[in-house]
Write a protein that binds this ligand. Structure first.
Ligand code: ADP
Ligand code: MG
Length: 486
């Protein structure tokens, strides 16, 4: 652990490079399917394999997706962008070069605002978003002197989101990546699964004396496939670099790899060993020109974004931050919640239903809102039933709701009546029962009167039993207070 003295002395500086695999059905420059998990080397056309004489052809769906992300991140969309060759030799790269965008990326600048858990708002500045193709996959067979290569992934479409070095803590980096993940999923351009590598992140980390302007030498950390790994890798580097500087040593610009089991980074290659990529304009692809109208048509189709919905849920629906964060976690949840709020004004109750019974049902059945049996109108009726005091929330959620799921066409009121669940708030029915409860528990009544007010819960419980769970708790508790007052 670093001392406060050292963390006061050194500032952490992080810039992230996030790769998102676009969920286009075909690759960036070829018609092969870009599906995950197919038999190895089954989606490998001559273009993917880089056979001589083949020509790449740009997938306009991928361009559409990159522009969606650019617009969502408030980037400037380039009317003209172009592709470059990044040359290096590696067995997973059939052509010996990767087609990417170096000098003229499709999206420039931009920013991503997001909230930390404590409700404070931050903003990360973007440098660019560009399009590029992915490499294949090497599989190192354990115990064998061989490696296999699967070219299915080679040539699939990626966007790379590059931030400015403006991130100042691991917490901030993780929250930013979480926001990016939400954005690509809301925009439906990437499935966001980090375990499968659909969303990957490299962290550039440096430290400098607080108060100084000049950036320190940076280290690039690769191989982080979870939020937790990203946070741990950054924290580890912060400490390692400070310790080196304190020993009077220099930081070497290098690429390091994160070991998730041991929770440390280790050197992969230093800057001197780095490839000279010899970027040059891709001669097989013309520059890409986008018209104002085309960009506008993409813009017109953007959905409401998670950050805007988060604000709305707090400002317009009066929800706590916690609720707003959970309800905007994914688009289908937010969309369903919005539809529900069009049918009820009990927003907090609606949120409780979403995060409680409805979420449990979806989790337990492994399903989503696409097949959720209840209409928003029915859930709104259920909320009204509780609000009007006809049934308690627990009766509504534990008795009526499961019945509704099985019979989604009947109304909650019909079920409540059929199952004889309508709450009893009639004093002429409840007072005699309450009196019975007190007569049966003379000792507890004494204790209550001598100050153990918590016993009210016990009396209520007994009354609930006697009334078959139907006593209106508000009325019942008033009756007990009155009976016990003298
Ligand atoms: P390179 O030339 O090594 O590719 P770039 O300037 O293109 O470096 O930046 C790549 C990424 O590294 C960006 O996300 C950028 O914000 C980040 N970065 C650049 N310099 C630093 C630094 N000194 N400390 C931390 N991150 C940095
Ligand atoms: Mg660079």
């Amino acid at each position: 652990m670093l001392s406060k003295e050292l963390t006061d002395k050194y500032q952490l500086v992080v810039g992230l490079e996030v790769h998102a695999q676009l969920s286009t059905s075909s690759k960036l420059f070829a018609e092969d399917a870009s599906s995950f998990g197919a038999e190895p080397n089954t989606h490998v056309s001559v273009i993917t394999l880089g056979h001589p004489g083949t020509l790449p052809k740009l997938n306009m769906r991928a361009v559409d997706y990159a522009v969606r992300m650019g617009l969502a991140c408030q980037c400037t969309i380039s009317r003209r962008s172009s592709f470059d060759r990044k040359n290096y030799f590696y067995p997973d790269l059939p052509k010996g070069y990767q087609i990417t965008q170096d000098k003229e990326p499709i999206c420039i600048g931009g920013k991503v605002p997001f909230f930390l858990e404590d409700g404070s708002e931050l903003e990360v500045q973007l440098n660019r978003i560009h399009l590029e193709e992915d490499a294949g996959k090497l599989i190192h067979a354990p115990g064998k002197e061989a490696s296999w290569v699967d070219f299915n992934r080679a040539g699939t479409a990626l966007i790379e989101i590059v931030t400015e070095p403006c991130i100042r803590s691991s917490e901030e980096a993780v929250a930013f990546l979480a926001e990016i993940r939400k954005l690509v999923m809301y925009l439906e351009i990437c499935d966001g699964t980090m375990e499968e590598g659909s969303l990957r992140c490299d962290a550039n980390v440096s430290v400098r004396l607080r108060g100084t302007e000049i950036l320190g030498k940076k280290v690039e950390v690769k191989n982080m496939n979870s939020f937790r790994n990203l946070g741990n890798a950054i924290d580890f580097e912060y400490q390692r670099q400070i310790e080196l500087l304190e020993l009077g040593q220099e930081i070497i610009s290098e690429t390091r790899s994160f070991d998730a089991d041991g929770c440390f980074t280790s050197s992969m290659r230093t800057k001197e060993e780095l490839n000279d990529y010899r970027y040059f304009p891709e001669p097989d692809l013309p520059p890409l020109f986008l018209t104002e109208e085309w960009i506008e048509s993409v813009n017109a189709q953007l959905p409401a974004l998670p950050n805007a919905l988060y604000r709305k849920f707090i400002a317009a629906y009066g929800l706590p931050r916690y609720d707003a964060a959970l309800l905007t976690e994914s688009k289908d949840v937010a969309t369903w919640f919005e539809a529900l709020c069009a049918k009820t004004a009990q927003y907090k109750a609606a949120s409780n239903w979403m995060m409680g019974p409805i979420k449990s049902y979806l989790n337990e059945t492994g399903t989503s809102f696409a097949t959720f049996p209840l209409k928003v109108e029915v859930v709104a009726q259920l909320i009204a039933l509780v609000e009007e005091g006809q049934v308690s929330f627990s009766v509504a959620s534990q008795k009526i709701y499961p019945e509704l799921i099985l019979n989604p066409t009947v109304t909650p009121l019909e079920i409540a009546q059929r199952l004889n669940l309508i709450q009893e708030s009639d004093a002429s029915y409840l007072v005699p029962l309450a009196k019975e409860v007190l007569l049966e528990n003379p000792d507890k009544v004494k204790e209550y009167k001598s100050g153990k007010k918590g016993l009210l819960g016990l009396f209520m419980g007994e009354l609930m039993k006697k009334s078959g769970g139907k006593a209106d708790p508000k009325v019942a508790s008033r009756i007990f207070s009155e009976l016990l007052a003298n």
